[in-house]
Design a protein around this ligand. Structure first.
Ligand code: PDD
Length: 281
């Protein structure tokens, strides 16, 4: 029976309950993180917890649980649920209070986490995925990893309904990011991705890919690109903790390059996996 963690205790998932007055439920008033598990061990969870602290600070939720304790909880969830390859999800909401929009006084944050198996190293999508272009309908603080995600729900539902794997969101003619991933293109061997700002999430995988590209001598340009540039690129890639790095071989009905995973995507995915294996050995 799967075990989760809720407000300090490990409990069977079926016995974990939160109040109908939780502000996460009422307002989407919370933040979250998703970290990968490989070889039964957490990958880059420390970096995810740094971003969690940043998200909490950005919306004024007290950060009551030290990173070391979160790491213990997350690893125990992976271990106790027998997760070899998968993910750990965690969420913190502002807590339970009478429904009123401004912050409640003295509410205790609700915290929970759970683990799930998922193919990462052996992801069949490593053969290439298709993206569907959709307008980015989100707010102006996309750097906060908020649980208020109706725009992404609608974007990713449009993608799924069209038989695509992920959405490519765009605003003012420029690609922002995927529904739950960062996006990249490659031309003449140069890797390009949108620079960090409040328009996108600062992906942990994005950071690691940048480090790996530098180490591998792949030139990087942090500059926004258009949908047309993505469709006309030699290669396109997506990155996230739950997909690592995947080649994008089709956007809408257009093949990217020759419609096969490109050399830079394959090289960087291999480097990503090698690093992940080394860190989780
Ligand atoms: N999403 N951009 C958005 C909007 C995201 O939701 C995510 C991650 C990313 C990639 O960030 P990272 O590399 O740190 O996973 C970029 C997670 C996986 C999710 O919502 O399930």
């Amino acid at each position: 029976m799967p075990v989760c963690w809720l407000n300090g205790s490990f409990v069977a998932e079926q016995d974990a309950h939160v109040s109908i007055f939780d502000r996460g439920l009422l307002f989407g008033d919370g933040v979250y993180e998703v970290a990968a598990v490989m070889n039964g061990r957490l990958l880059d969870a420390d970096r995810h917890l740094v971003r969690l602290a940043r998200s909490l600070a950005a919306i004024g939720i007290p950060n009551t649980q030290p990173a070391a304790e979160w790491l213990g909880v997350m690893q125990q969830l992976a271990t106790d649920n027998g997760i070899n390859e998968g993910l750990v999800y965690l969420q913190v909401t502002r807590g339970v209070a009478e429904r009123d929009f401004p912050f409640p006084v003295n509410a205790t944050p609700t915290m929970f986490a759970y683990a799930r198996p998922k193919l990462l190293e052996h992801d069949p999508n490593a053969n290439g995925v298709r993206l569907l272009t959709v307008p980015d309908m989100r707010w102006t603080r996309c750097d906060i990893k908020s649980t208020s995600m109706l725009a992404q729900v609608l974007a990713k539902q449009s993608a799924r309904a069209a038989g695509a794997f992920e959405a490519m969101m765009h605003e003012d003619g420029l690609v922002t990011e995927g529904g739950s991933s960062n996006l990249w293109i490659v031309n003449d061997g140069v890797l390009q991705t949108r620079p960090l700002s409040s328009d996108i999430l600062a992906g942990i995988t994005r950071d690691v890919v940048l480090e790996l590209a530098h180490a591998a001598g792949v030139p990087v340009r942090e500059r926004a690109f258009t949908v047309a540039q993505a469709k006309g690129a030699r290669e396109c890639l997506m990155s996230s903790a739950t997909s690592f790095l995947l080649p994008v071989t089709k956007i809408d009905h257009d093949l990217v390059g020759d419609g096969e995973p490109g050399p830079v995507a394959q090289r960087l995915r291999a480097a990503y996996l090698e690093r992940a294996r080394a860190l989780t050995r």
